[in-house]
Design a protein around this ligand. Sequence first.
Ligand code: ADP
Length: 159
Amino acid sequence: MSTKAIYPGTFDPITNGHINILTRSTLIFSKIILAISINPNKNPMFSIEKRVEFAKEAVAHLKNVTIIGFSGLLIHLAQEQKTNVLIRGLRNITDFENENKRYQMNAKLDPSLETIFLLASQESSCLSSSLIKEVAQNGGNVEPFLPKTVFQAFTSIYP
Ligand code: ADP
C-alpha cells in the first residue's frame, strides 16, 4: 500500500491543467512527488532549473507536494522514491493512446508499478504546454492558462 505517488512529466512549463491534476491528487494521496523530466530529447523551451522554479512557486500553497528533477526510467524513480504509484492526466483519446503504451511498457518492466489516471477538468482539457507556447509566440493572451510567474516569464520573452 502506498500513500505516496509520483506525478511525472516534462512540465515545459507547468500550466493550470497540471495544477488541476496535482491539486486533485493531493486529496487522494498524503504525499505527491512532482517529478520534472530533464528530457533533452524533447528540446524543452525552459531549463530544468527554470521548470522546477516555476513549479515550486505555483504549488507553494500545497503542503504535501515535493518537486524534483529527474532523468531515466520512471520504474527506477519509483523504486528510489519507495512508491509504486504514478499519476497521469488524460485529456482526450490521443492522451489515452500514448498513456496506454507507456502503461503497458511499464507493466512489462515492473509489474508492481500502477498508474492512476485522472481525467482533465472541463476548463483545462484544451490546455497543453505546447499549445500555450504557440499561442504566446503569436501574441495571444495566455494569462488565463498559466500560474502567475509562468505568465510573467512569457511576457518578458514575448513582450
Ligand atoms: P509529458 O511530456 O510526460 O507528456 P507533460 O508535461 O506534457 O508531460 O504532462 C504531464 C502529465 O500531465 C501528462 O499525464 C499529461 O497528460 C498531463 N496533462 C498535461 N496537461 C494537462 C491538462 N490540461 N489537463 C490534464 N492533464 C494534463
